[in-house]
Design a protein around this ligand. Structure first.
Ligand SMILES: [Zn+2]
Length: 385
């Protein structure tokens, strides 16, 4: 990937290209900013431009041998490191790093992608860089002669995951960088890094991506415009989050379920509500928590429409027509109290309450809320319990 194909981050691109074309490359950079803003993409593109044998205007040519090797993630002088758990094997680590080279915006590390086959749950084990990791993955490769590149480049994803001993071992490397060594540290938690490390890095700040940038990127990935717009609004400026949501094939189906639940709650027909609750409760507690989260998003959108009619901040923009209809039909709805009920239900579900019961009770509260039940009666029923 070329620096030019990084999404957004014009200021960052300009400053990296300036460093490259002037030849004034620092020994260490700290790329900091929110998750999914493109730090890894920028780091890989910068590494590639550093190694390119025929750079053009401060960017990689994309054609030389070095460019071909970095493109495939096999350049011997570019080392990508990610924190792992104690029992992550080398093969898995390699596959994850390869994923990143294929597409630096997709989830690849253990935190954003707990399992490679999409089945396993997140491990409770800590994801860290141990001192041994720093020594094995960095000390040797960054101290020996360059194999063939113009630079020795090390990219540390989530650099804040260094334990103290690891950070100290790393600091030694930073204090005596060999010539032509470049360290790229990436983090969204700059406050977790040692001041002694920070002071040795040139800091480059990444901003969250603009909604339009995420939207366009999702369209370029083949997503239909209406869905791309919705995911961009859900992503909070993180392309990684938008991709993760889009890969969750059930996301839109879950939202349909939640909208049905809301409609059936409004109609208040017992059997229909029971059937809908059964369907939603079947996948288990974690799924229900997610459904409640989606429901919360829908209610917040409705509150926004009810109060200001402002479409610009609506998250579920692809559902705007039905949300408007719903909101217009319910001028007296107490959306504020309905939101409180959902939040309350989420806490109950987290505390191991029977999820069917919780969803059934919530349905009744929502029904009252949508019909604009009198405050006093409702607030007890809606938020009590
Ligand atoms: Zn090249």
């Amino acid at each position: 990937m070329a620096l030019d194909s990084i999404i957004g981050q014009a200021r960052v691109r300009a400053s990296l290209q300036r460093a490259l074309s002037s030849g004034r490359v620092a020994h260490a950079y700290l790329f900091h900013g929110p998750d999914g803003s493109g730090k890894a993409a920028a780091a890989l593109a910068f590494a590639r431009a550093l190694q390119c044998m025929r750079p053009v205007n401060g960017d990689a040519c994309g054609e030389c041998m070095a460019c071909q090797k970095t493109e495939r993630g096999v350049h011997p002088d570019v080392h990508v490191l990610m924190p792992v758990t104690k029992d992550t094997d080398e093969e898995e680590r390699g596959r994850r790093i390869q994923l990143l080279w294929e597409d630096p915006y997709q989830p690849a590390d253990l935190q954003s992608l707990p399992s490679l086959d999409g089945k396993g749950a997140a491990s409770n084990k800590q994801i860290i860089y141990s001192r041994e990791n720093v020594v094995a993955w960095l000390q040797r490769p960054m101290s020996f002669h360059r194999v063939e590149g113009r630079y020795r480049v090390a990219i540390l994803l989530r650099a804040d995951k260094m334990r103290e001993e690891a950070a100290n071992a790393f600091l030694k490397l930073l204090e005596e960088p060999g010539s032509q060594s470049v360290f790229l540290l990436l983090t969204d938690r700059v406050d977790h890094l040692l001041p002694t490390i920070l002071s040795r890095c040139q800091q480059i700040r990444f901003d969250p991506l603009a909604r339009e940038e995420v939207e366009l990127a999702m369209q370029q990935r083949g997503m239909a415009p209406a869905q791309a717009a919705t995911l961009a609004r859900m992503s909070g400026g993180s392309l990684r989050q938008a991709i993760a949501l889009s890969e969750d094939a059930d996301m839109l189906a879950i939202r349909d379920d939640v909208l049905q639940y809301l409609r059936k709650s409004y109609q208040g027909k017992g059997d229909a509500v029971v059937a809908q609750v059964d369907q939603m409760a079947r996948p288990g507690r974690e799924a229900v928590k997610f459904q409640l989260d989606v429901l919360l998003g829908i209610l917040r959108d409705m509150l926004l429409l009810q109060q200001s009619g402002d479409r610009d901040l609506v998250v579920n923009i692809d559902q705007i027509v039905s949300l408007m209809k719903f909101t217009n039909k319910l001028p007296d709805a107490r959306l504020d109290l309905m939101i409180q009920s959902v939040e309350k239900t989420t806490r109950l579900v987290e505390r191991n309450v029977n999820v069917r019961l919780a969803l059934t009770t919530l349905s009744r509260s929502l029904q009252m809320g949508m019909h604009g039940a009198p405050d006093a009666a409702m607030s007890t029923d809606l938020v009590a319990g």
